[in-house]
Design a protein around this ligand. Structure first.
Ligand SMILES: CC(C)(COP(=O)(O)OP(=O)(O)OC[C@H]1O[C@@H](n2cnc3c(N)ncnc32)[C@H](O)[C@@H]1O)[C@@H](O)C(=O)NCCC(=O)NCCS
Ligand SMILES: Nc1ncnc2c1ncn2[C@@H]1O[C@H](COP(=O)(O)OP(=O)(O)OP(=O)(O)O)[C@@H](O)[C@H]1O
Length: 287
């Protein structure tokens, strides 16, 4: 007697649970970024940094509104969807964000980079590959690299003036090099030295600030502001980062300086959350 074909339902159910688990990780990483302190110029639970249009409450509303998006884009990754489908989900998530924040951009960069990572995590599950940081990056580049490069070249002129080099689209097109080559090594280095996750996140944030071309910083402070952010971050790292006994005072004085100049390294903050997502997803595996 012939056996009936195995029902796809159990696998589909397991995939759904996996996508919800991935979305929980993404939201948790964004929440961890928000509650981290001291973060120069950025919004935290303690103050609004350089921002007068958003508070931690605005971020919490936005976070809550994004939870279904991260699950959906992970499922799209499992299905091997083209970038156009990811982009539609991303645009829809941006609209939700703007609706619940009253038009404030709290998570545009995060929607893009953490969304791409959720899709790559889903695709890794579909391929049943060993989940490692290198595997995730390879998936980003092999599955969506060409389309991401086209997305980068299709960028409209910037609403705040000339478009600075770098930015979120270029990061995406290159497979998030700042996450894999800067954020993660810094995070692992501090964890390896036994200083724990809070210190590791601070060190990773300053490493990202020292490295990336952050379009937020550029828009608010021009090339002078961008230079200040890099100099301050390099100075903090040269002191040893969180290995320095007075690192909190150093980070707080950097925070005051950035607030005085309205500087806000929001791109680095997004990439910190993306770094934490890769770290957490690899630790969880594909089950
Ligand atoms: C690619 C996006 C972010 C375009 O944004 P834009 O051209 O305005 O880019 P810009 O570089 O100015 O950054 C937008 C945000 O990204 C973050 N960011 C800034 N600099 C960087 C950087 N160097 N690296 C990563 N993120 C950065 C900031 O938070 C910033 O607010 C996005 O809005 C977009 O294309 N949305 C459509 C939806 C989409 O494609 N989604 C894809 C699903 S994954
Ligand atoms: N804790 C944080 N504080 C502030 N910004 C953050 C934080 N975490 C992430 N970001 C990122 O910074 C961006 C918000 O920066 P900003 O307000 O400068 O954006 P904008 O609306 O594009 O610019 P502007 O307000 O100058 O017109 C968001 O896209 C968000 O992803």
């Amino acid at each position: 007697m012939q056996r009936a074909a195995a029902s796809p339902a159990p696998r589909a159910r397991a995939d759904r649970a996996f996508c919800h688990g991935t979305a929980r990780l993404a939201v948790r990483c964004l929440h961890a970024e928000l509650t981290l302190h001291p973060k120069p110029g950025l919004v935290s639970l303690l103050d609004n940094g350089s921002h007068d249009d958003m508070t931690a409450v605005t971020f919490m509303r936005s976070l809550f509104a994004l939870r279904h998006y991260f699950a959906r884009i992970c499922q799209a990754g499992i299905d091997g969807a083209p970038f156009a489908a990811l982009k539609r989900l991303g645009i829809d998530a941006e609209l939700r964000m703007l609706r619940v924040t009253g038009g404030v951009n709290t998570h545009r960069g995060a929607i893009f980079s953490l969304g791409l990572l959720c899709a790559a995590i889903g695709q890794a599950r579909a391929r049943r590959t060993d989940l490692s940081a290198a595997a995730l990056r390879a998936i980003l580049l092999t599955r969506w690299g060409d389309e991401l490069a086209a997305h980068m070249h299709a960028a409209a002129p910037c609403r705040q003036g000339p478009r600075p080099a770098g930015g979120a689209r270029e990061e995406g097109a290159l497979g998030l090099p700042s996450v894999f080559e800067v954020g993660l090594p810094a995070l692992h280095n501090t964890l390896g030295a036994g200083r724990g996750m809070r210190h590791a996140c601070i060190d990773a944030l300053f490493a990202l600030m020292a490295h990336i071309s952050d379009s937020n910083v550029f828009h608010r402070g021009g090339s002078d502001g961008a230079q200040t952010v890099k100099q301050q971050a390099r100075r903090f790292l040269a002191l040893g980062g969180t290995a320095h006994p007075q690192w909190q005072e150093e980070a707080l004085s950097c925070h005051r300086l950035f607030v005085g100049r309205r500087l806000s390294p929001g791109g680095a903050a997004d990439l910190l959350a993306a770094t934490c997502l890769v770290h957490a997803a690899v630790a969880r595996g594909l089950a």
